[in-house]
Write a protein that binds this ligand. Sequence first.
Ligand code: ADP
Length: 261
Amino acid sequence: MTGTAEATAGTVAARADDVVKTYGSGDTLVDALRGVSIEFGAGEFTAIMGPSGSGKSTLMHCLAGLDTVTSGQVTIGDIGLAGLSDNEMTRLRRDRIGFVFQAFNLVPTLTARENITLPLDIAGRSVDQEWYDAVVDRLGLRDRLDHRPSELSGGQQQRVACARALVGRPDIVFGDEPTGNLDSRSSGEVLSILRAAVDEFGQTVVIVTHDPRAASYADRVVFLADGQIVKELRRPSADDVFEVMKNLDVAAPSTTDDEAR
Ligand code: ADP
C-alpha cells in the first residue's frame, strides 16, 4: 500500500479563522464558539476534547459544512465555505469530506460492500478498485462484504463506516464520537484503523471524543472550554489528557450536561 504522507506534508487540509457561532437571540442567545482559529495539517490525526457544552460538536459541524458560521471563515483544502451555494456545499461534502458517526449510519438493507461504495455510487464516481481492495483488506472486511449491518458486530459496522469514509480519498475525515457506541476492544480496533489511515494512507483525521484513551491515538489533542481553544497537547498519553480534562471540568462547572442543548 502506498501512502501519500510525503505528498501532503506541510499542506493544510482544513482551517478555521476566528470562527464565531451563536445560537438563538436575546435571552436565549448562546455563544457556542467565541473566535476559534485552528489549522489541521494534512496527514495529521487531531482529537478535539472539552467539557460537555464547550463547543466540540459545533466546531466539527462548522468545519464539515454541516452548519454555518456566524462570523469568521472555514476553509477545506483551498475552498472557503462562505458563499457556497447549497449544491456546491453538498458536492464539497460528498467529494472532499468523509464522515464516521457514533451511530455508524449504515443503510440496513445494503451489504457492507454496497454501503462502502454508496457515496461514490451516489456521486456517479467510479470506484478505484485497487484502492477499494487496499482499504477493505487493511480494515479486515474482506470476508464480511456480503453481510448486512444487522449481521455484523458494532465494531465491524464501524469498520465498514470507516471504509466508506476512506474509499473516496477525501481531504479530511471527521469522526463524531466514533467510538462512543463501542466496547473497549472494538474502540481500540477502530482507533487503530484511523491511526493507520493517517500513517499508511496519509489521510487527515479529526475526531471529537470525550475519551482520553481515544484522544491518546491522536498526534494532537485540542481542548475547548466555553467556546474557545484553551490548550493543546502533542502526542499525549491518556493520563496527560485525563489530567487536562479534570482541570477543565473543575474550571467550567457551569457547562454541565443539563445545560448542553
Ligand atoms: P459539546 O459538543 O462540546 O458538548 P456543543 O457544540 O454541542 O458542545 O454545544 C455548545 C453550546 O452550544 C452549548 O451551550 C449548547 O447548548 C449550544 N448549542 C448547540 N447546538 C445548539 C442549537 N442547535 N441550538 C441552540 N443551542 C445550541
